[in-house]
Design a protein around this ligand. Structure first.
Ligand code: FAQ
Length: 322
């Protein structure tokens, strides 16, 4: 086949692929897909998976210090859920031909990112409330939209993840509500936590649409269904009311209802801080990565044992078949 023929075939395949996307068909693992679609999905899904797993660290740090047995049980279950989300997502990425080992290697080498928010420390118990309320809250806004993403395994994973994230968001909000209705000291602790987590939560949605490198292509392929700015606005609009109900104030002097737009206007994000954190220089980046590398290395014997067991099983089966 000549190069010209090959290019014509490729163009026809790409056209058919786009027509399927436009018709809202889901793309499944064995379907033909453009190489860039595959690569872009691996990038986003693996980044998402790493976020879930690294996100266990700031909260895991509070399991032994939760203020009651009840809160401890809830937090333990929540952190386990996040680990589970990571596993569904790694599995979804594996259907695209990326191995878990490669994805972890990319994380450790600094080639793969994870959500910037997890590079901020959880300093007080109220931070566990703020993480549930705001971080899971922001994650849900994003993930509800991703339930309609064009890649089948990712979309289906998101349906289950969203159900669990809703419980996480409620538990965080409940912690904040309890503290805000407590002593003056407890309320101040909740407010301090909101002050520190508000802006990093807005950064979770990524750069403005005009600055977003992947958005245009990802929207065309329906990997993303709503833009970074649309989702951020949705999150701001819902959070203002939630803060009012529990008597906490959002730390933004420019926050104001805009009658014309039907949305809240809000202040500028510190993009310098965002870029610093996503490029490895946030308050906890080094600590988070070092902890992940250590846990991965310490788990090597488990992976070795499973591989050895699988090899023995294969040998036994081969002998029986012979
Ligand atoms: N942090 O062109 P865009 C959770 C990177 S799950 C770090 O706009 P895109 C659950 C971006 O990767 C939270 N990096 O990128 C939980 C790209 O760099 P690259 C995670 C960021 O993909 C709760 C570059 O900037 N959720 O929290 C961030 O179109 C509590 C250019 O950006 C997901 O991952 C950021 N905030 O849009 C767990 C959802 N923003 O890859 C424990 C799935 C941007 O070229 C406790 N992901 N970057 O090197 C997405 O929806 C998208 O990937 C966006 C970014 C919206 C995050």
């Amino acid at each position: 086949m000549t190069t010209e023929h090959h290019e014509q075939d490729l163009a026809a395949l790409e056209q058919r692929f786009q027509a399927r996307i436009d018709a809202e068909e889901k793309i499944e693992p064995k379907d033909w897909m453009p190489e860039k679609y595959r690569q872009n999905l691996i990038r986003q899904i693996s980044q998402h998976a790493h976020s879930e797993v690294i996100g266990m660290q700031p909260e895991g740090n509070w399991i032994t210090r939760a203020p009651s047995l009840h809160r401890k049980c809830i937090l333990l279950a929540k952190v386990q859920d996040e680990g589970g989300h990571g596993l569904y997502l790694y599995s979804a990425a594996e259907t695209l031909g990326a191995s878990r080992e490669e994805m972890n290697q990319a994380l450790h080498d600094g080639r793969a990112k994870y959500a910037s928010i997890f590079n901020y420390p959880a300093l007080t118990w109220a931070d566990i409330g703020a993480i549930g309320w705001l971080v899971d809250g922001a994650a849900i806004v994003n993930q509800v939209s991703l339930q309609r993403t064009s890649y089948g395994p990712y979309a289906r994973g998101m349906v289950r993840i969203c159900k669990e994230e809703s419980f996480h968001q409620r538990q965080g909000y409940h912690i904040m509500m309890t503290l805000a209705r407590g002593t003056a000291e407890q309320k101040a602790m909740a407010q301090d936590s909101l002050n520190r987590f508000w802006w990093p939560s807005l950064m979770m949605f990524g750069p403005h649409d005009a600055e977003s490198a992947h958005s245009a292509q990802s929207m065309k392929w329906k990997i993303k269904r709503q833009s970074n700015d649309e989702l951020r606005q949705k999150f701001v609009d819902q959070s203002v009311k939630q803060a009012e109900v529990i008597g906490l104030s959002i730390p933004d002097p420019d926050l104001q209802w805009n009658e014309q737009r039907g949305h809240y206007d809000f202040g500028d994000i510190d993009w310098e801080e965002f870029n610093r954190v996503i490029n490895g220089d946030g308050p906890c980046n080094r600590q988070r990565l070092a902890h992940h590398v250590k846990a991965h290395e310490e788990g090597q014997w488990v992976r070795d044992a499973i591989s050895a067991h699988e090899a023995k099983k294969r040998q036994r089966n081969d002998r029986q078949a012979a």
